[in-house]
Design a protein around this ligand. Structure first.
Ligand SMILES: [Zn+2]
Length: 255
């Protein structure tokens, strides 16, 4: 375990779901729940398929929307909200907010949330997934988030599907199924799965090799994951914000 210190700047950083507590019976690992977090949404060629698959498996997800993608597709924001998924801002421009400076960070997050607030009330506490997770233990970023939303909490993850790398390994459509299977099998066999906050993407932002396979990756991987989770007796839940932050945790962040 490592500790990062600050003079009271740290927001809560969530790595996994809270356990059921000592009086709820069983250890946290005994509870078969997983929080699916889906970044970089929405996209017209993936989000509707992702929503269909979530519905088919009765799954709930937490979406972190990029304003630059959501702005031209308000119907997709409305569809995600209508299906009962949790929706939070992933910023507007998908830039490194740790390099942007506090004013730009606040403006970027605020522009995205003002768009989302047309479709659902602004949640409190407010869960933030920072683009590229850049600045999750940067004091300036945490202070800026406090200024933006005093009850903001950063959602990290303890398990990643590494789906942003899958398309670059594909040469044919059959490769997508195989490469997604490699990652879904790895995730489903991981001992940290119970109580996990799992990172995946709607369609990762950015170009690169295999870009033409990108729209296939999210839906293919999601179907494999959900089938495996259900077979393993897991249910999916939205990310649960921390109820409170102990005073010491503003000074010492354990990770
Ligand atoms: Zn992202």
């Amino acid at each position: 375990m490592r500790i990062s210190w600050s003079f009271g700047a740290w927001r809560p950083v969530l790595w996994r779901l809270p356990g059921p507590g000592p009086f709820a019976g069983g250890s946290p690992r005994a509870e078969r729940v997983v929080a699916l977090t889906i970044d970089d949404a929405p996209m017209p060629d993936t989000t509707p398929r992702i929503l269909e698959i979530l519905k088919e498996y009765g799954a709930r997800a937490t979406f972190f929307l990029s304003g630059c993608r959501a702005g031209p597709h308000p119907e997709l924001i409305a569809a995600i909200v209508a299906d009962g998924h949790a929706v939070y801002a992933h910023g507007w421009d998908h830039i490194r907010l740790d390099h942007a400076g506090p004013e730009r960070l606040i403006a970027d997050m605020d522009r995205c949330e003002r768009l989302l607030a047309r479709y659902r009330p602004t949640p409190s506490p407010y869960l933030v997934r920072i683009p590229y997770n850049a600045g999750w233990r940067n004091r300036t970023v945490h202070r800026a988030l406090t200024r933006w939303h005093p009850d903001s909490q950063i959602v990290h993850w303890n398990l990643s599907t590494e789906d942003h790398l899958i398309a670059s390994r594909c040469r044919t459509e059959a490769d997508v199924e195989t490469e997604c299977r490699r990652e879904s099998d790895r995730v489903l066999a991981d001992p940290r799965l119970a109580g996990a906050i799992l990172l995946m993407h709607d369609q990762p932002i950015g170009d690169g090799p295999g870009a033409s396979f990108k729209p296939m990756v999210g839906p293919t991987l999601l179907r494999q994951l959900l089938a495996g989770l259900i077979a393993g007796g897991y249910r999916t839940v939205p990310v649960t914000p921390r109820r409170s932050q102990p005073l010491w945790a503003r000074y010492a962040m354990r990770w």
